[in-house]
Ligand binder design. Structure first.
Ligand code: ADP
Ligand code: MG
Length: 689
């Protein structure tokens, strides 16, 4: 009710505002402009720059208004003249209202995107603001919408940007009352931050560009500070300390001899480096929180396995390896069991599709401590599962797991956590979103891999590949055809559904027996998927039409050909991950990216796959193509209101982390900072408390 009075507006507006989460004047101030218009530099007509991205402003006096009809529409041609006598035209189409605002012999500030046409400077449908003659300018009443950087708000269900601008202006003097500083003065000074009230004011009506930048800095500093504080408090709660404790003992490589001898290969230098980091963590006397990034095929699984073996040998603890899919859990189980069963570790698998009796047996054996190493799907672990002595949790393809799920391990008395991902997370993003984690990177692929040939092709080129593909299949090799459809029902306009594609492909490869070609998609039961993957591995099936379910970690050495349909629909890092499913043996592999048109932006974007295998570079290109939503979305949702430039500004992020440490050292649990505590509890989007 009182918002209505304060803003002097109608019940309808109040209800629209309420629908958009604006209930108080404070909320109203927390609705920041979408962008700004620089109306502070008004230029004479002769200095206007045409075809600029932003708007520019000039000043002029209306000298003549002409109206004529064309095809039933009213056209207003309004001539004006600037203070130096240069002439321009305002062109208005069918809006008597706008034309009526302009009065002959009056002066206006004219804001818009001027064009130079037919020898004239033309402003179509500009914003116009009445103003005074240049000689009177010193007395010019400060007009809120001209001569300054002017805020542009998002339109809200018919409420125009200009309405917000005016109402904010009318209430500017309320800001000091509504917003008070919630960070300690010493902090604000040390980190050179603008105060809260000043930040709010300058976000709406900046005095100048410098101070607008400082206000934005404070805005994003606080948003990120909140994420950092969450991360570090999480770490504090989990590990009991923010400091890195001293190493108490040295890891003993000797103990790993037995398992290392069983490996059919030498570990890469990068794998060894990471294993040492992990083993050192185990001896610190605090739970490890480590994020392990490594390209597809860099050999992360074996690192996890060796770490688990070490935990068992040295500390007698249990380990669990979690995978997002059953196919993957099955594969991990086979790998791990092969190496660890002969070394007298009991390895078990726990997935949703196991019969209940078997599940119960595994669960009972976990509690009694008979099982040393469990491979499980994440879903199944969320059910009631208990351990005798869980000490190490490894989460594979971690970006599929949210922050909340990480927290659930606390109930098992804080085991060491290793999160593994093939998603390249730039250092700055890792810092922003995994601030509590130490980061390890496997930056090297095992030697002896033959590079994959990648080629972008058109549909007609794809059709010509058939004899060649059939020949490869004859030789015992296997083929993936990947379609961009995630689910069977999800049918995009210009892409045929996975089933249709499957049928087309069966028809196209009519030489192959039907049971050799199969479809794999996300809606299938885990059992079916597993069956198909097994048949594909064994060669009973040789051509798999698949959605992106194969994206994550499935290993088939004989798979040497991949055709990705509508490749332009994928992010580069996705294409790279998919491509990583082939080239897993000593036979040469080929990846074909099929796209409808071999020209244009989409084509150019994916063409880089032909020459680049640099995992981080592709991720960065995705970021440039505004793929951050995709990457971040899978990591942690809800923070998309932090722009990319900021998310990737490492210096800024480090500063914010320093700030978060500063606060937590002096104010444990943020006690004594009620304003900040409140801010921490508010929903994302409520920015300044
Ligand atoms: P990812 O890092 O993608 O999870 P995997 O752990 O599945 O990779 O390993 C891919 C393949 O590489 C597996 O077949 C694995 O046995 C093999 N591998 C792992 N480390 C090495 C190594 N140092 N030398 C040769 N092959 C290796
Ligand atoms: Mg893997």
């Amino acid at each position: 009710m009182w918002l209505k009075e304060e803003l002097r507006t109608t019940p309808r507006y109040v209800s629209i505002l309420a629908q958009n989460g604006i209930h108080t004047l404070k909320d109203f101030f927390n609705n920041f402009p979408r962008t700004y218009e620089d109306r502070s530099h008004i230029k004479p007509l002769t200095e206007l720059i045409f075809d600029e991205k932003g708007k520019t402003a000039t000043k002029g006096m209306i000298i003549q208004k002409k109206v004529f009809r064309r095809g039933g529409k009213m056209i207003y041609d309004i001539a004006f003249q600037d203070q130096y006598g240069n002439r321009g035209t305002i062109s208005i189409f069918n809006s008597g209202f706008l034309a009526g605002k302009l009065v002959e012999n009056q002066r206006y500030i004219i804001v818009g995107k001027p064009k130079f046409q037919y020898g004239k400077v033309i402003f179509s449908h500009p914003d116009v603001v009445p103003t005074v003659a240049p000689e009177e300018e010193t007395q010019e009443a400060s007009s809120y919408n001209s001569g300054r950087i002017f805020p542009i708000y998002s339109e809200m269900q018919g409420i125009k940007p200009g309405w917000f601008a005016q109402k904010i202006w009318d209430n500017l003097d309320r800001i000091d009352q509504l917003f008070s500083e919630y960070l300690p003065t010493e902090f604000v000074e040390q980190f050179d931050l603008l105060g809260v009230a000043s930040t709010v004011r300058n976000l709406h009506y900046p005095e100048n560009e410098d101070i607008r930048q400082k206000a934005l800095y404070r805005l994003f500093f606080d948003r990120l500070l909140r994420i950092q504080l969450y991360s570090l408090m999480n770490k504090l709660a989990y590990t009991g300390s923010l400091d890195v404790p001293l190493v108490q003992e040295d890891p003993t490589w000797e103990l790993l001899k037995a398992v290392l001898e069983r490996l059919p290969f030498q570990l890469t230098v990068a794998q060894k480096k990471v294993i040492i980091q992990i083993l050192e963590d185990f001896h610190r006397g605090k739970p490890m929180m480590r994020l392990l990034q490594g390209d597809v095929g860099s050999g992360k699984t074996v690192v996890a396995m060796i770490a688990a073996y070490y935990i068992h040998q040295v500390f007698g603890g249990q380990s669990v390896l979690l995978a997002p899919l059953e196919v993957l859990a099955n594969q991990h189980y086979k790998t791990v069991a092969k190496f660890l069963l002969p070394l007298w570790l009991r390895v078990e698998l726990l997935t949703g599709s196991l019969p209940k009796a078997q599940k119960d047996k595994v669960k009972a054996d976990l509690v009694s401590g008979k099982i040393d190493f469990l491979v499980a799907t994440h879903a199944v672990l969320q059910e009631s599962v208990d351990f005798k002595n869980l000490q190490f949790v490894c989460i594979d393809e971690q970006h599929k797991f949210g922050v909340k799920q990480r927290a659930m391990f606390k109930k098992f008395s804080s085991p060491h956590i290793l999160q593994m991902t093939a998603t390249p997370i730039p250092r700055s993003m890792a810092l922003a979103f995994f601030g509590e984690f130490d980061v390890s990177i496997i930056d090297q692929l095992p030697a002896g891999r033959i590079p994959i040939d990648t080629k972008v092709i058109s549909e007609s080129e794809y059709l010509k590949l058939k004899p060649w593909i059939l020949q490869k299949i004859e030789q015992g090799q296997r083929v993936f055809v990947v379609t961009p459809l995630i689910e069977m029902s999800e049918k995009m306009d210009d892409v045929t559904s996975a089933t249709e594609q499957y049928e087309q492909i069966c028809e196209y490869f009519s030489e192959l027996p039907n049971e050799k070609i199969w479809l794999l998609h996300g809606r299938m039961s885990a059992k079916d998927k597993d069956q198909i993957m097994n048949d594909f591995k064994s060669g009973r099936k040789c051509l798999l039409v698949s959605t992106t379910v194969i994206e994550v970690g499935v290993d088939v050495p004989e798979a040497t050909i991949m055709i990705i349909k509508n490749a332009e629909r994928f992010w580069l890092s996705q294409l790279h991950q998919l491509r990583g499913r082939i080239g897993r043996s000593t036979i040469k592999s080929y990846c074909f990216l099929e796209t409808p048109k071999k020209s244009g932006d989409a084509y150019q974007r994916i063409k880089v796959m032909e020459t680049t295998t640099d995992w981080f570079k592709l991720a960065e290109l995705d970021l440039q193509n505004r793929g951050s939503g995709e990457i971040l979305g899978t990591m942690q949702s809800g923070d998309s209101d932090i722009p990319l430039e900021i998310m990737t500004d490492l210096k800024f992020l480090e500063k914010v982390q320093e700030g978060a440490m500063w606060l937590l050292k002096r104010y444990p649990h943020l006690e004594g900072l009620p304003g900040l505590q409140k801010f921490m509890n508010e929903k994302i989007g409520d920015v300044l408390a």
